[in-house]
Design a protein around this ligand. Sequence first.
Ligand code: SAH
Length: 226
Amino acid sequence: MKTLLEKYNLTLTEEKIEKFNKYYDILIKYNQMFNITAITEREEVYEKHFIDSILGVDKIDGKTLIDIGSGGGFPAIPLKIEKEDLSVTLVEATGKKCEFLKAVVKELNLNNVTVINGRAEDLAKDEKYRENFDVCTARAVARMNTLSEYCMPFVKVGGYFVAFKGDGIEETKEAENAIKILGGKIEEIKEYTLNDAKRTLISVKKIKNTDKKYPRGNGKERKNPL
Ligand code: SAH
């Protein structure tokens, strides 16, 4: 991992590197049964999953984070390893992936991490979660317009929705209307490359409460995006 860290100008303590090593072992162990990731080669997992996630760390401003469609835990678990004082909620629709996420949390001894097996559209209606987080993250879950409707309802006014994307410029343009309707304002689009692949981090600031009618549910976010 050290060469990779140098390549991206990152530093991590030995203890954190050890956590990533353990995370990799658990991922490979469960992947045979649960199909969590298509990438399994060590260097590739470290770069495309772990480093890709922590490269967004300086966009994470606050103490409470909710991650939508966590899958194998990206970006939220690497962010939690890097930023230990974060309180993290992982939302994942697939039960088996949640089992994996719970195993990671237990084996890495991560505190203040909650795994929820459910859909964002349903959870966002629950007062316990709605507008209750400083930051909402998501990587590789849906197009920006659909994703904004999943994520924005969770963010407190003054907080941020941070989307981890490949080439996200076009999608962000397409989502401008949705973001506005949901009470957001695009604050920053940061582009960079990860092993020659284009990556985009889109930070949306929540400037107004989200109208209670969003998310609309019944798949409307996907079939008929705002
Ligand atoms: N964020 C991970 C996984 C991406 S795959 C990564 O970057 O590697 C997308 C995941 O989102 C899948 O595991 C899927 O089950 C989950 N998902 C899709 N729509 C969702 C929704 N509306 N609510 C919760 N989880 C969802």
